[in-house]
Design a binder for this molecule. Structure first.
Ligand code: AHG
Ligand code: MN
Ligand code: MN
Ligand code: MN
Length: 329
């Protein structure tokens, strides 16, 4: 706890907010264990329930969600919760100063194949002018986040966290069950030769985006003659961790599969926390809406589970991608 406490002190994090974050992180230590033991505890696979996203929930989606809700319900500083796995806001303590949103298990399609998964979380100041259980508590721009982070359950359990200052990385010391600071200031290089996208969706992309990827693969974008390599973890938390630790550009663009909902990733508990982490590490995070490109952290939400396209990472490469998206023939 010493390293985390030192960082809270450096960032002047209020004691009440510290208690919310440490309660949440204590739960991620339990989730890390549940993930590691999943096959032995027969909690792999799915439950026969669809969540509000229209996804079949994994057993560990439910376990992680229940653990987080049970723990945060006890914290009097939490006014309300929002989760990928719950359709509605969960009102807790009217006098609480904070509202918390989370993706309890990101990349859960990886769990049955022992792939990377993680928990993504964010904290906003509660709004006094709306009811505690109103989704309006969460219709705040991402730039209002007080803290954002994720815990990646990989070969090591890594916490990446920003309280508005630097984006830091901690590693769980399993002997002492404490997060130890392992990188005091993550930095995303301005340029990159590594991109991350689900190429299987190519036929659904816009013509502009197809052209960007075609030129990128031909070595035409960015610094002339670059040879790109491609990575895809199928878990945003794993793909973004690679961007934050060694650079790259991660993209989940709009596609034509669902015309009314062309994007996949959720603004509140995926795009916004990741955007804050990436920007505080010197990267960029943008989204393509109808005929406009926005900084993700400036988007004004209008639905709890709103989806947005995501282009984040190396600032210069994000800029090049945006030029392609703006191109009008
Ligand atoms: P979740 O497991 O929380 O539902 O999120 C999955 C998301 C994200 O982690 C990942 O980047 C993306 O879905 C992968 O989508 P595809 O499987 O369509 O590539
Ligand atoms: Mn899901
Ligand atoms: Mn997710
Ligand atoms: Mn999830």
């Amino acid at each position: 706890m010493r390293d985390l406490q030192n960082c809270f002190n450096q960032d002047a994090v209020a004691a009440e907010l510290q208690s919310v974050i440490t309660n949440l992180l204590d739960v991620t230590k339990e989730i890390a264990l549940a993930v590691r033991q999943a096959a032995l505890a027969d909690v792999l696979g799915s439950v026969q329930v669809q969540n509000v996203q229209g996804e079949t929930q994994k057993k560990l989606d439910v376990i992680a969600n229940d653990l987080l809700k049970a723990a945060l319900k006890k914290n009097i500083h939490v006014r309300a919760l929002a989760s990928e796995e719950d359709e509605h806001v969960i009102a807790l303590h009217n006098s609480g100063r904070y509202v918390v949103a989370f993706d309890p298990l990101d990349g859960s399609s990886n769990i049955d194949v022992n792939g990377q998964v993680g928990t993504i979380f964010t904290v906003y100041p509660g709004l006094d002018n709306v009811a505690a259980d109103s989704p309006l508590q969460f219709f705040q721009q991402g730039k209002n986040q007080l803290c954002a982070g994720y815990v990646l359950y990989g070969p090591s359990t890594a916490l990446v966290l920003t309280n508005g200052g630097p984006t830091r990385c901690f590693t769980l010391d399993s002997h002492h069950n404490e997060f130890v600071l392992t990188n005091a200031k993550l930095q995303v290089p301005q340029n990159t030769e590594e991109f991350s996208i689900n190429m299987a969706n190519q036929r659904f992309w816009s013509d502009n985006f197809k052209r960007y990827i075609a030129d990128l693969l031909a070595g035409e974008t960015g610094v002339r003659g670059k040879r790109f390599t491609m990575r895809w973890n199928a878990a945003m938390v794993g793909d973004v961790h690679r961007v934050l630790t060694r650079g790259g550009i991660f993209m989940y663009p709009n596609d034509s599969r669902h015309p009314r909902q062309p994007a996949k990733l959720r603004l509140l508990y995926e795009a916004n926390p990741m955007a804050m982490l990436v920007e505080n590490a010197g990267g960029k995070a943008c989204s393509e809406a109808t005929n406009k490109i926005q900084r993700i952290l400036d988007i004004v939400p209008d639905a709890l589970h709103q989806r947005v396209s995501v282009i984040l990472g190396a600032a210069n490469e994000v800029d090049i991608c945006i030029v392609y998206l703006f191109k009008r023939d």
